[in-house]
Ligand binder design. Structure first.
Ligand code: FE2
Ligand code: FE2
Ligand code: FE2
Length: 425
């Protein structure tokens, strides 16, 4: 795997997830944070002596509980209070935490966060995680319900369903009522902030979280699974071959990894459209750069952010979103722009097949002749084409293996959970 070192702290990582999840669906803005705020109160009530590190990680798990919900049809389901068919996003969320995050030990709480209390007792689970699954479940249902304008009194009534909700845990929520709609201060209580940032993430934790955020976006479409890793590997290989310093190569790697993060907010139908996008669809597709800017703003070194945001700018000023030209575009930005194109050309997309080496090279030459991309970067790419693509392919294959394992696990878990559910009924 490529070495990544993201210069980010707890606050930037958490803000990145918050902004990203807010772009998935406007109806779920700050939902994860509100669930985390409720969950923290409940946890303090039920486990007052909980170890601070475990508590931080449990609250992060609550914050990220919907990380698997990135397809609209599932979100429609989640927004209904009475929903009982929400396994899919719970399974995906669980697998993401398991494969990519430092929260592996807590992933069960996400897997079972839509499981009825009466069924939960039948699963072999750590008691704390079983409670956490119910804490997230109740906090989540409470947020959906209260956000619709209902009162705490009627929520109290709804929660009096011992089959669905563990009454001991529901009582813990009802003890700490937060006013709705929640104000900024209520959302970011000093206490919650201290909890989430008080114990700094290790560099390895930061890197894992950011990688999870990126793959969560890439995995939305089967055509883009390896796009980011391929673009990043190609960028890195070109940068090293052009003799850039290690520090700059590292910035290029970070910028390339984050370059398409805003695609989290682009509908899957557009990402997977199997033809030429019309003008309106193209405008939506192009907005991914602005979304990336919203997500990354203020969270990283500006040089890294600008590498991410300028990959669709062209030397002759015909690119987007700003129509910048040659004098504004640095070498690292030009490298990522070329790598992004090579990744798209050499890979299969919903609207095209993978192009062979000859076609890709011919197109690169023509783009550089038209003053769209940098001729020196293109020369380096062409000179080392086979080696660079070979390395990119290796990294892509490692990720594809994980993607395939997640698909297989997803299928196996669906079968297992369905049969366990049946056994319970
Ligand atoms: Fe939720
Ligand atoms: Fe892009
Ligand atoms: Fe891209």
């Amino acid at each position: 795997m490529l070495p990544f070192v993201y210069p980010m702290d707890n606050h930037s990582v958490i803000t990145l997830f918050q902004r990203m999840l807010n772009h998935v669906d406007t109806r779920l803005v700050d939902h994860g944070f509100r669930v985390a705020a409720h969950a923290d109160h409940m946890l303090q009530e039920l486990y007052p002596d909980c170890d601070p590190l475990i508590r931080r990680n449990l609250i992060l798990t609550a914050l990220l509980h919907d990380i698997g919900a990135n397809k609209t049809d599932e979100i429609d389901n989640l927004l209904k209070f009475e929903t009982d068919s929400s396994w899919q996003h719970a399974i995906y969320g669980y697998l993401f935490l398991l494969y990519f995050s430092p929260l592996k030990d807590y992933a069960d709480a996400v897997l079972y966060h839509h499981t009825n209390a009466s069924e939960l007792v039948n699963f072999k689970l750590d008691p704390l995680l079983r409670d956490m699954a119910q804490i997230i479940n109740i906090a989540d249902r409470a947020d959906i319900y209260l956000s619709e304008g209902h009162s705490w009194e009627s929520l109290h009534h709804e929660l009096q369903n011992a089959n669905r909700f563990d009454q001991r845990i529901a009582d813990a929520l009802l003890k700490h009522q937060i006013q709705y709609p929640m104000s900024e201060e209520q959302l970011y209580t000093q206490e919650l902030h201290v909890l989430l940032t008080g114990i700094p993430f290790t560099q390895s934790e930061v890197d894992q979280y950011v990688k999870m955020a990126i793959y969560c976006m890439d995995f939305r479409s089967r055509y883009t699974v390896t796009h980011t890793i391929t673009t990043t590997t190609i960028s890195r290989e070109i940068a090293v071959r052009m003799g850039l310093s290690d520090a700059l190569v590292q910035k290029i790697v970070c910028g390339a990894m984050l370059h398409d993060l805003g695609k989290i907010g682009i509908p899957v139908e557009i990402l997977e459209y199997d033809g030429k996008l019309n003008e309106a669809q193209m405008t939506i597709m192009r907005s991914h750069v602005t979304l990336t800017e919203h997500i990354l703003h203020g969270l990283l070194d500006d040089e890294i952010i600008q590498i991410s945001l300028r990959h669709h700018e062209k030397l002759n000023g015909s690119g987007y979103p700003l129509g910048l030209s040659e004098k504004d575009l640095t070498l690292p930005q030009r490298i990522v722009a070329v790598a992004d194109i090579v990744s798209a050309l050499s890979g299969r997309r919903s609207y095209k097949k993978a192009y062979a080496k000859d076609t890709t090279i011919a197109l690169l030459l023509s783009y550089s002749q038209q003053q769209l991309i940098d001729v020196h970067v293109v020369d380096c790419m062409i000179e080392h084409y086979d080696d660079i693509l070979e390395t990119a392919h290796q990294h892509a294959q490692e990720l594809l293996n994980i993607y395939q394992m997640i698909q297989d696990d997803n299928y196996a878990l669906q079968l297992r959970l369905a049969s366990e559910k049946e056994a319970v009924l």
